[in-house]
Design a protein around this ligand. Structure first.
Ligand code: F6R
Length: 280
């Protein structure tokens, strides 16, 4: 039987390059429309830089106008009262994506509107929009990060059902504290308290998932997610039920608590062949 789950580890740069290569090979080895599900946060920054670079190099001289069949869909967004389409907050995910991965030529970019006055209605609309994009796509590939302590994926907090779809969420204290420390100079009062997120059930519909974790803060939760009993208290553990092609890409620090035997050396994986055998 063909293997559909790989754990790889390396330096931060090697891990980010590997993740970027999976995206690239998935894109170039799939036929038809390609939906790239993005995450924001610190983890994918280097991966997006690598992806944009490799993609640019590879696209050079290619006759295909790939922009017509590549679209992006973002997992989640804050609810930012007081902001507007013309006045996005400085921490805006939309701004972050526009300045990084969305710069790759594409035919559509989607994200829940953070400036909505009615988050529940926006969640309902985003659910329909996601469905329309899934109908459009022949291949849907999703990148995921993980919450440092609580194991959230997208903004699905502990206790979220594994079959959940797009919904509005009150962020828990762990997430607010982690985001305050990473992005808001430690000031929790500045972190938005609510978000609109893609559900766990939506994520599990992806054909390919690249789960990425970097740094020692993630070591313990990564182990819980993949090597302990799945539980709704650790949202990422839902990935143990995932039937698509999964790459768990870790740097050495995040990999510290995972048994060595779980890993396949990066150089032994023919990414293009693995992806193309799986998709075709
Ligand atoms: C963001 C998202 C979150 C992050 C998680 C980890 O779009 O979906 O689940 O992936 O909070 O964040 P970082 O990468 O900053 O550690």
């Amino acid at each position: 039987m063909q293997q559909n789950r790989f754990f790889v580890r390396g330096s931060k740069q090697a891990a980010s390059e590997f993740a970027a290569k999976v995206f690239l090979e998935a894109f170039w080895n799939s036929t038809g429309n390609f939906l790239f599900g993005t995450a924001t946060g610190q983890t994918p920054v280097l991966t997006y830089q690598n992806f944009a670079k490799i993609h640019r190099d590879k696209a050079e001289g290619e006759p295909e106008d790939f922009a017509d069949f590549l679209r992006f869909i973002q997992l989640d967004n804050y609810v930012s009262p007081g902001s507007s389409a013309d006045n996005l907050p400085w921490y805006s995910y939309e701004r972050e994506l526009s300045e990084s991965i969305w710069r790759v030529p594409n035919s559509g970019m989607y994200i829940p509107r953070e400036y909505t006055g009615n988050p529940e209605k926006e969640a309902e609309e985003y659910r329909k929009l996601r469905q329309a994009q899934l109908n459009w796509a022949n291949t849907y590939m999703q990148i995921l990060g993980i919450g440092d302590e609580d194991g959230h994926i997208a903004f699905n907090m502990p206790g979220t059902p594994f079959d959940s779809t797009v919904h509005v969420v009150d962020l828990n204290q762990e997430t607010i504290t982690a985001n305050a420390n990473k992005f808001f100079g430690g000031d929790k009062s500045l972190v938005p308290k609510r978000a609109i997120t893609t559900g766990i059930g939506d994520i599990l519909k992806a054909n390919i998932i690249v789960f990425e974790a970097l740094g020692s803060k993630k070591a313990s939760i990564v182990k819980k997610a993949f090597f302990e009993e799945p539980t709704e208290q650790v949202p990422a553990s839902a990935l143990q039920y995932y039937g698509g092609l999964l790459f768990v890409v870790l740097d050495d620090e995040a990999a510290a608590e995972i048994p060595k035997e779980a890993f396949t050396p990066m150089e032994e994986i023919d990414i293009a062949k693995t992806v193309s055998d799986f998709l075709n």
